[in-house]
Structure formats: structure tokens, C-alpha cells
Design a protein around this ligand. Structure first.
Ligand code: HEM
Length: 142
């Protein structure tokens, strides 16, 4: 048996080499992440005003498949839903700073409930911060 070469020391450099989906632990990680995220969303009245389906299972599945695809896993999201066009798909929901902060807060908590390398954690958090800001479509009331 020959020894496998050591994987790149991504955690020590703070850079994810290769695919974040794999480095994060594959689909199971994203299923758990979204389960924990939505468990928090269902307790949040500000956000629950935006969701029409009492059962959030479908919404959770769409977000899970999207994240799996975004981070380099299977492209099931696109096969089922077509191009993500996330800003367009969020237009029906009034998302202001408060909604964005609530969404991001729950996502940060969900990310921090997982055991991830520092590099993967940072990649996820940086993305969620930028993407959630981009979803704001309603100015704060004056
Ligand atoms: C900024 C705060 C955000 C709020 C309040 C919000 C809210 C919502 C709501 C109400 C839905 C409809 C439920 C559904 O049918 O799936 C939805 C869908 C979705 N959201 Fe968000 N969202 C936010 C940010 C984000 C971000 C940052 C992402 C990606 C990283 C994201 C990804 C998605 C996806 C993939 C869907 C399903 C799209 C589809 O295929 O129809 N959302 N969101």
C-alpha cells in the first residue's frame, strides 16, 4: 500500500483549494445547514410573513439544491428550476435591511452549528453576506 499524498493544507492557508462542496462534506452538510436555517426561520415572525407555504419543506429543498449546485455539487437545482435568477425570484418578497439582517443572522448561526474548516466557513459566510445584501429590494422606511 502506498501512502496517499497529504491533502493541501487549505485550513492553514485560509484558502479552499478545489471544490467547496467536497471540502464542506458534500450534500449531507448542505441538507443539515438548510434544516437548521429553516428551523430558525420558522420561529421568526418577521421572515415568516414572507413565506406563503405553511410547510417550508419545498422552500428548504430548493435552497438546499441551489447551494449544492452553487458550491460545485450536482446541478439538480437547474434541472428542476432552470437558471437561478435569484434577484428576480425574490422580487415578490419585500426584502429590506431588517429582513436581510434576520435572514443572514439565522444563516450565520446555522453555519456555526456545523463543524467546518475555517476556510470553508469563511467561504460560506462571505458568500451569504454578499448574496443577502444583493437580495435587498425594498428601501428602509424614512
Ligand atoms: C436576504 C434575505 C432573504 C429573504 C428574506 C429570502 C426569502 C425567500 C423567500 C420568501 C423565498 C420563497 C420561498 C420558496 O419558494 O423557496 C425564497 C426563495 C429562495 N431563496 Fe431566498 N431569501 C433571502 C436571501 C436569499 C439568499 C442570500 C439566497 C442564496 C444564497 C437565497 C436563495 C433562495 C432560493 C434558491 C430560493 C428558491 C428559488 C426558486 O427556485 O424558486 N435567498 N427566499
Amino acid at each position: 500500500m502506498t501512502a496517499r499524498p497529504e491533502p493541501p493544507a487549505a485550513a492553514s492557508t485560509g484558502i479552499v483549494t478545489g471544490n467547496v462542496y467536497e471540502a464542506a462534506g458534500g450534500s449531507e452538510t448542505f441538507v443539515t445547514l438548510v434544516e437548521r436555517f429553516y428551523a430558525r426561520v420558522t420561529e421568526d415572525q418577521l421572515l415568516m410573513r414572507l413565506y406563503s407555504e405553511a410547510d417550508l419543506a419545498n422552500a428548504a429543498e430548493r435552497l438546499t439544491l441551489f447551494l449544492i449546485q452553487y458550491w460545485g455539487g450536482p446541478t439538480t437545482y437547474n434541472e428542476r428550476r432552470g437558471h437561478p435568477r435569484l434577484r428576480m425570484r425574490h422580487q415578490p418578497f419585500a426584502i429590506g435591511q431588517a429582513e436581510r439582517d434576520a435572514w443572514l443572522g439565522h444563516m450565520i448561526a446555522a453555519v456555526d452549528s456545523l463543524t467546518l474548516t475555517p476556510a470553508v466557513r469563511k467561504a460560506l459566510l462571505d458568500y451569504f453576506e454578499t448574496a443577502s445584501t444583493a437580495m435587498i429590494n425594498t428601501p428602509a422606511p424614512r
